[in-house]
Design a binder for this molecule. Structure first.
Ligand SMILES: [Mg+2]
Length: 307
């Protein structure tokens, strides 16, 4: 990771505060973990049978692998541990994520990669059809959305007016102008608004990107319309992952591994599984972990230096 400690810390301060500011829209904390310290997953492997792995900050930073992670995960898989990915990546076609993780040296079955896009699709499958306006980035691939009736949100005001609901799956093509237009149309005529990536930000090679959660919460503040969130820390993505894992696994021996207290760890605790916070390779690198845990009240079962 090519981030200076100061840059990382500065960002954490604002990012942490921003997550704290939206806590009332996040799940409640059912329990506190014991915050036991270990160097990495190999040291605590006797305590779990299955891993749910966050991607950004644990498996990859932007387009690069977290150094040592592919080897570590491979060792654990070879020793019989089940490893799945649980990622708030909604803005990419599934094939692109499978390909990217494969290219970084990871070996996951395509079905073992659970994303907030899959959680959204599961939600849409239960919903009656309507015409959606969709905020998505350039890399959005429509094929998994089948015959869903939607139009991409751009600069044409009519698309916003005609939409019967809004889906937010990617922020890379979003801007203040489009955000203002969406807020305006929702204020005048409230409609359902779903956000398929609750993350506020994601670590990239050179800093942090703004993710759909940031816009979703800002829209909630401006309009009073609380979005339906799909992805961590919300239960829908954990339900999908645990259903795919199957009933053979004891939840007390399933470990969510992530670098973010307010998504991975909060979501894992709320889902009734074990949690491990990775501190040296993700968003918390260089920060005061104890202070972050105390201030948030989100205490993981384990604190690991690295995956
Ligand atoms: Mg992460």
């Amino acid at each position: 990771m090519d981030l200076g400690k100061n840059a990382s810390r500065d960002h954490l301060d604002s990012g942490f505060d921003r997550y704290q500011a939206v806590r009332h829209r996040l799940p409640a904390i059912p329990r506190q973990g014991a915050c036991r310290r270990a160097a990495n997953l190999a040291e605590i492997s006797e305590h779990f049978d299955a891993l749910l792995l966050d991607a950004f900050g644990v498996l990859n930073i932007g387009q690069a692998a977290v150094p040592g992670s592919p080897e570590r995960i491979e060792q654990l898989q070879a020793s019989g541990k089940r490893a799945m990915v649980v990622s708030n990546a909604a803005g990419f076609p599934h094939s692109a994520i499978v390909e990217r993780l494969g290219g970084l040296g990871y070996r996951f079955d395509s079905d073992d990669i659970i994303t907030s896009r899959k959680a959204l699709l599961a939600g849409l499958a239960k919903e009656s059809p309507r015409h959606w306006g969709m905020a998505a980035g350039e890399v959005f691939g429509p094929e998994e959305f089948g015959d869903l009736d939607f139009t991409r949100l751009g600069d044409d005001p009519e698309i916003y007016e005609k939409a019967e609901g809004f889906l937010f799956v990617g922020a890379s093509a979003w801007n203040d102008h489009r955000q203002a237009r969406l807020i305006d149309t929702l204020k005048r005529r409230p409609r359902p608004f779903w956000v398929a990536n609750p993350d506020l930000m994601a670590p990239q090679e050179n800093g942090f990107s703004t993710e759909p959660g940031t816009y979703g919460h800002a829209i909630a503040e401006a309009t009073g319309i609380v979005p339906e969130f799909y992805g961590k820390p919300f239960g829908n993505i954990y339900e999908l992952a645990l259903a795919h894992l199957g009933a053979d696994f004891d939840p007390d021996r399933v470990l969510m591994v992530g670098d973010t207290l307010h998504t991975d760890i909060l979501g894992g605790l709320a889902a009734g599984i074990q949690t491990a916070l990775v501190v040296d390779t993700g968003v918390l690198a260089g920060s005061d972990i104890e202070a972050a845990i105390e201030a948030s009240g989100i205490a993981p079962d384990w604190i690991l230096e690295r995956p």
